[in-house]
Write a protein that binds this ligand. Structure first.
Ligand code: SF4
Length: 535
């Protein structure tokens, strides 16, 4: 039995029970020794600061518990509650004596909601504020060296809600609606099933209780049609009778009704016989889960697809520091949140000049926004030059002087005459050559189409950026720098290793909090190593 020291507060001190449980350089050690530095009072201000009721757990203990939850591969809240009760290292990191209780799952859930809310003074989500505070500490501790290489990438994050096919989305959705309605109107489920003429509400599975041979295509189409019509009938019924439900449940019931109608609209179409059958088409924003309505189909590559969310990461591939990240639905293009992430990273590291990214980040609009809004040059494969069709002259065969806005064709004719055309990206220059030049031209057959007497050339809104990117992409220095991008897998791996591949709660807000907690844990690992080595 160790002897009690003067510094120690009691025999129930975890470090007394297990000396050396906090290894210097590890995250629990950092949490235990530098809690006030990592989680200053201003950051967690507003947590149960009312003087009514019993004292709550201090925010600093709860934030440590939240981060420890993602230190390994991630775990459920219930599991983290058990771990906090029994694990001496966790107790030492959280600063709880062995004879004291641990925070309950419900408290952790409340605290997560607190972190998801905006900070009163900063006007930013607290989880994001916490992540950026730790990034600043990492910067101060010299985690990011002079040779930092910044890169952006994305990775799939599977949603927490059940992903189903069309029939099960409708069937399970209808069953959930029945249960919700029975609970809200204080009726038995059997009464609701009888009222709605839907025995499937009482069965163990929607598909099983329909008693259909699902291998028979005709029977399958008939069952789908009848299920879809049942859904529409019940939704109509509930919308007119919504006042019978408890007021606090009405929003959820109507939301589920909207989701079910959306599944019918997106996934089904009428066949020749007027039956609603599963449509053979691609729906752009198709619902894949009734319980996780923000989850979507995503595509990792041409052949690999996933369902759920997408995690976008920006960081230094040399040190492994994650500077900014976000979570979107799975069908959001990588380029869409990129500019915002670049801006947040630039606000933390003013010396970022170049950002490596794959082809998804190589589009001209993102390059322009990164350059003009954040002074960042995107290093990514340039948009490819379209292959020539029937030996015809392409736009890429014309030279453009962007200083004088003069276009020179392959035959040597020049023009500065242009008008403006409306395109999807915005107003673009439409150049036209003189009829006299084109009438006497040897390349006329390859340049003009149909009865056109002069060539017109529509430039892209960001034509200059596209051409500069194509020229830069030919440079060996750019290609050498781009090879560093493959190390970006390290950033992605550090997030997925701590449980970032699978969302642990429903919805994007929860996934966002989870992603930021994981990134904070990853950065704390780097900070702990740096602080352990510091004199
Ligand atoms: S047809 Fe007109 S634009 Fe085309 S190459 Fe000849 S002169 Fe140039």
């Amino acid at each position: 039995m160790p002897v009690r020291s003067l510094k120690q507060t009691s025999f129930f001190d975890p470090e007394f029970a297990m000396p050396g449980c906090l290894a210097p350089g590890a995250v629990p050690w950092l949490l235990a020794r530098h809690g006030s530095l990592l989680f200053p009072d201003w950051l967690l201000a507003g947590w149960r600061d009312s003087d009514i009721g019993r004292d709550g757990w201090p925010a600093r203990v709860l934030v440590k518990m939240l981060l420890l939850r993602w230190l390994e591969e991630g775990m459920s809240r219930r599991c983290s509650e058990r771990r906090a009760k029994t694990d001496v290292v966790w107790r030492a990191a959280m600063g709880i004596a062995l004879d004291k209780a641990a925070p309950s799952e419900r408290t952790v859930r409340d605290f997560e909601r607190f972190l998801q809310a905006q900070h009163v003074e900063a006007g930013v989500q607290r989880a994001l504020l916490l992540h950026e505070h730790i990034v600043r500490l990492c910067r101060g501790a010299g985690v990011v060296g002079a040779g930092a290489v910044w890169a952006a990438d994305s990775t799939p994050m599977w949603c927490y809600g059940a992903v189903r096919g069309t029939v099960r989305l409708l069937g399970d959705g209808l069953r959930s609606l029945g249960k919700m309605w029975a609970r809200s109107t204080k009726q038995k489920l059997s009464v609701v099933a009888a009222d709605w003429h839907l025995p499937l509400l009482l069965g163990k599975s929607a598909k099983g209780s329909m008693q259909v041979d699902w291998r028979d295509s005709d029977a399958r189409a008939g069952a789908t049609d009848s299920l879809a019509r049942d859904v529409l009938r019940v939704v109509d019924l509930l919308r007119t009778d919504i006042a019978s439900a408890r007021s606090r449940d009405r929003g959820r019931i109507l939301q589920l009704c909207r989701s079910l109608v959306r599944v019918v609209r997106d996934d089904l179409s009428e066949d020749d016989g007027g039956r609603l059958v599963v449509a053979r088409r691609v729906a752009r924003d198709r619902l894949v889960s009734i319980t996780d309505p923000q989850a979507r189909h995503g595509r990792k590559s041409k052949k690999r697809t996933f369902k759920g969310f997408k995690l976008h990461v920006v960081g230094d591939v040399v040190s492994g520091l994650i500077a900014s990240l976000t979570v979107t639905s799975g069908n959001v293009h990588d380029g869409a949140p990129a500019s915002r992430l670049f801006g947040r990273a630039k606000a933390l590291f003013a010396d970022i000049e170049k950002m490596l990214g794959d082809t998804a980040y190589g589009g001209a609009p993102l390059r322009d926004r990164a350059r003009y809004e954040h002074s960042i040059e995107v290093v990514a494969p340039a948009p490819p030059v379209p292959a020539p069709k029937n030996d015809r002259l392409r736009k890429a065969d014309f030279d453009i002087d962007f200083d004088t806005w003069t276009v020179t064709c392959p035959a040597g004719a020049t023009t500065t005459t242009h008008s403006w055309a409306k395109t999807r990206e915005g107003k673009a220059r439409l150049f036209s050559f003189a009829v006299d030049d084109c009438d006497n031209c040897e390349l006329r057959a390859r340049c003009l189409t149909g009865s056109h007497r002069k060539r017109r050339l529509l430039l892209h809104v960001s034509e200059q950026t596209v051409r500069e990117a194509r020229t830069a992409w030919l440079s060996p220095d750019v290609r050498r720098l781009y090879r560093e991008r493959s190390k970006c897998e390290r950033l992605v791996h550090s997030v997925t290793r701590h449980g970032g591949r699978q969302a642990r709660a429903w919805g994007l807000r929860a996934a966002h909090l989870q992603a930021h907690a994981i990134a904070t844990v990853c950065n704390l690992g780097l900070l702990a190593a740096a602080m352990a080595q510091a004199p």
